[in-house]
Design a protein around this ligand. Sequence first.
Ligand SMILES: Cc1cc2nc3c(=O)[nH]c(=O)nc-3n(C[C@H](O)[C@H](O)[C@H](O)COP(=O)(O)OP(=O)(O)OC[C@H]3O[C@@H](n4cnc5c(N)ncnc54)[C@H](O)[C@@H]3O)c2cc1C
Length: 436
Amino acid sequence: MTDSVHVVGGGLAGSEAAYVLAQRGLRVVLYEMRPRKMTPAHVSDRMAELVCSNSLGSTARTSAKGLLQAELRAAGSLIMQAADAARVPAGGALAVDREVFSSLVTERVQEHPLITIERVEVTGVPAKRPLVLATGPLTGEALATDLREKLGEPFLSFYDAAAPVILGESINMDVCYRAGRYDQEADYINCPLTEEEYRTFHRAVAAARNHTPHDWEKLEFFEGCMPIEELARRGYQTPLYGPLKPVGLLDPRSGERPFAVVQLRREDREGRMWSLVGFQTGLKWGDQKQIVRLIPGLEQAEIVRYGVMHRNTYLNAPRVLDERLELKALPGVFVAGVLSGVEGYLESAATGWLAALQAAALAKGLPSPEPPPVQSMLGGLVRFLANATPRDFQPMNANWGLVPPPGEKMPKRERRAAMFSRGIEAFKSWLGGLEP
Ligand SMILES: Cc1cc2nc3c(=O)[nH]c(=O)nc-3n(C[C@H](O)[C@H](O)[C@H](O)COP(=O)(O)OP(=O)(O)OC[C@H]3O[C@@H](n4cnc5c(N)ncnc54)[C@H](O)[C@@H]3O)c2cc1C
């Protein structure tokens, strides 16, 4: 037992974590390297600075982000309190005045009698336990190197080269078929293209617009990790020898080999989310959507995570973390925010809140709380982190593929509304059973 916990990183996740711990009566030392050492994206010394958009997503009672917001509000989250107080009109989205938002978070953290802020760069994983690591996508290099050495080479990534992920229920299985190359296990979903369909697809990909990265985000691409648009621009045939190669993928219905095939690989054990194999891309999101929907069987595809290619620091969560966000190799070290394998402001705050709950229980010698229920968005997110397919693991944001669908069939809007109500009720009842 101990009366203090150390938190590294004063961003969305770390600020939330420090506040939860202090509210539970623990002394907190919060390490933040800014302004002594800035990241390439932050511009201030404030806690919880929003580095890009000022939106925390849709508030709709049919939206996955909306459910996560509701859960965080119910949990008394500092980030949600500041977001609600700094809110600006933005239709159905929760958008904030970024300066008011981060000033409020800074004030609450700085003025808390149990929180001490140390403005230093942490260069190795501190020995103190419990510890919350929340250093984000731009984790200082020395700390990242130390973490990598402690966990093993392939378990920490320094960039994100992700393909779009789509909701399984939006795939048209009348068009697509299950098969593995050369009759291996039929683990993949295959979308067949005729020559004409391939030509249209190729033209669209080659002409699509790239997202413009900041200078420091630019990456040198390895041949094995080339974005799909780059392959298409190299020539008409190039993708046919790469990710769209049809060899060994006979359509069981016709017994014939399609001209080209797009393969989908499952992202989660239940098969609720599927990613496009070899489709890592840095295209603008609008263009990604149009291109994905040109693929036969994906005309109605719902993209739950767009492809990105940028600098990022994150763990291979299913290999190194458990459902309590604790590092299996370093007991007592809890990881939160983008470093833990989530993506987005809300998701970072939510994992910060949960990591702190676990760290607080450990510090007080209490039993470790069960993870939030599977029906809740936070429960779905942490289960995904711990149980996703470790191969090519990519960070994940709140989306409806993370929670089980309701038993009965109903139209999409009603289904989402039912999942929202079910999720928040389950979360509140779980909250009610937690130790204060
Ligand atoms: C350029 C860019 C744009 C983004 N745009 C969006 C967006 O529009 N919407 C969205 O939802 N998400 C966006 N993200 C993802 C975003 O970073 C996260 O959603 C959120 O900020 C992550 O919260 P975090 O707490 O994990 O990390 P951060 O908020 O980055 O906090 C980490 C903190 O740790 C500190 N730190 C790092 N290393 C050390 C160290 N060694 N010692 C001490 N302190 C350290 C950093 O200074 C920082 O304050 C973007 C990310 C980047 C890089």
